[in-house]
Design a protein around this ligand. Structure first.
Ligand SMILES: *Cc1c(COP(=O)(O)O)cnc(C)c1O
Length: 456
């Protein structure tokens, strides 16, 4: 190494650590995280991929782009409302605020009046009961799968869960509810066939080994053709006769029937039709945080609440805060996106298309992982060349579009209107970077999201 070796001009670590911008980053990042960014930039200069005098600005840029969490906020341009890969339901502003408020010390298990210990989750429980008067009692656990594990353990350990063969659901990423239930020590007593199950199938199966009768809503597939399932109300007398709980896993967490997705069962409907307990997720169509909701008859809810396993599936203060705020606050984003006005969507899409110089195509969105498989949500998309999709994902803001049939489709259904402009800028940048000019080919067929997208 000679004295002219440019590597000698690489800024030293202590010099960089003393930079005001680096000191400011210390508000958000640990010293070791900052040192790692510095080391990386110095190494880049050592191997010659950046000039030594660029190291300082590289460090500042990287630090500015680094947050405490590696999770990157994205604009969901897929048209899929509950997109499991994108974190399912985006929280309402009031739910996000409730999480921030509960982040420090909070009276989650203390009565501030008496200074004594109080019951955990009373606020969220009350909000659920107010929102769903058909339920006598409610319990919130970590997620839907946790609620199912708790219920099958409490009611059917070494006993039988009577369930129709048509309701064996794989919920995504290879997880099967049947495996989940048998892992608790329950035995599955499968009744009927994939397409048809009758009341007599259930009545022949229910016996003194039965722990519960379970109905699972096929939330991500449809069975059509020669089919038959037993309505809940018809199972009620059977459950009474044998004194076993009738449990329904509705999946989606709709509190009340929604006319936009008429076949999607709600918690209220299931309770009114005779379910003892209903299980659902908090982060699907309810539009709240990840949670498992258990609503129904007090006697059964309390049995679950007292079970030792309840402690292993309990949810944290942040979830309780966000769930309560979702239930008591204004309409959460999921509801707004589900009911987005097609005329307004078209207007926004046309404005975006004009801004980026691309055509508009008819495009159906989907409910996604929350339920209502196959139900189209009619809307529109801006059609871009497929090649920009990756740039959009890696851009700022990160945009996840729908890649389909050789095109990159931008559906505005799940984009807050306030983000239309940053989105247009991100697209223009990506299209320019690709040098792909004006995208061509105006598809006139209505493009639909396939049933499996967004589910896993
Ligand atoms: C999504 C779903 C589950 C799993 O719920 P999580 O909250 O993801 O654990 C269970 N059952 C049904 C029917 C579902 O749709």
């Amino acid at each position: 190494m000679t004295s002219e070796d440019p590597r000698r001009r690489i800024p030293r670590t202590d010099h960089l650590l003393a930079h005001l911008g680096v000191i400011e980053a210390g508000q958000r990042l640990s010293e070791s995280a900052i040192r790692a960014v510095i080391r990386e930039a110095q190494d880049a200069a050592r191997v010659g991929s950046v000039a030594p005098d660029e190291v300082e600005s590289l460090v500042l840029d990287r630090l500015a782009a680094t947050s405490g969490s590696s999770l990157t906020p994205v604009l969901n341009a897929t048209g899929i409302v509950v997109h499991t890969n994108l974190g399912r339901a985006p929280l309402s502003t009031s739910a996000a605020q409730a999480i921030a408020d509960a982040a420090g010390y909070v009276d989650v298990e203390m009565d501030l009046g008496t200074g004594r210990r109080s019951k955990r989750g009373v606020g969220a429980r009350q909000a659920l009961l107010d929102a769903c008067p058909a339920a006598e009692d409610a319990l919130v656990v970590n997620n839907g799968a946790g609620a199912l594990v708790l219920a099958t353990t409490a009611f059917a350990f070494r006993r039988e869960v009577v369930i129709s063969r048509g309701e064996f659901v794989e919920i995504g990423a290879g997880f099967r509810l049947s495996d989940l239930m048998t892992s608790t020590g329950a035995h599955l007593r499968e009744v009927g066939t994939t397409n048809r199950t009758h009341l007599r199938d259930y009545s022949e199966a229910v016996c003194d080994r039965t722990g519960c009768i379970l109905k699972v809503h096929p939330s991500n597939f449809n069975v059509s053709g020669f089919t038959s399932a037993v309505p809940l109300a018809e199972l009620r007398p059977l459950a009474d006769e044998h004194d076993v709980p009738l449990i329904v896993d509705v999946g989606s967490g709709l509190l009340h029937a929604d006319p936009a997705i008429p076949d999607e069962p709600s918690i209220t409907q299931a309770l009114e039709a005779g379910a003892d307990l209903v299980i659902a997720s908090g982060d699907k169509l309810l539009g709240g945080p990840q949670a498992g909701l258990i609503l129904g008859r007090s006697e059964y809810v309390q049995r679950l609440a007292r079970h030792p396993l309840a402690r292993a599936v309990r949810c944290d203060k942040l979830t309780l805060a966000a769930l309560e705020a979702t239930l008591t606050g204004p309409e959460p984003p999921v509801k707004a996106y589900l009911h987005a006005d097609p005329a307004r969507l078209k207007e926004r899409t046309e404005r975006l298309a004009a801004a980026v110089g691309a055509p508009v195509v008819a495009h159906d969105g989907r409910v996604g992982g929350g339920g209502a498989p196959e139900v189209p949500l009619p809307g529109w998309a801006v059609r871009l060349p497929e090649t920009v999709a990756r740039d959009l994902r890696l851009g700022s803001p990160a945009v996840v579009a729908r890649v389909h049939d050789g095109a990159c489709l931008i559906d505005l259904r799940c984009i807050p209107e306030a983000d239309d402009e940053p989105l247009a800028a991100a697209i223009s940048q990506s299209v320019q970077r690709r040098g792909s000019g004006r995208p061509s080919g105006l598809a006139d067929d209505r493009i639909q999201v396939s049933a499996e997208e967004g589910l896993t």
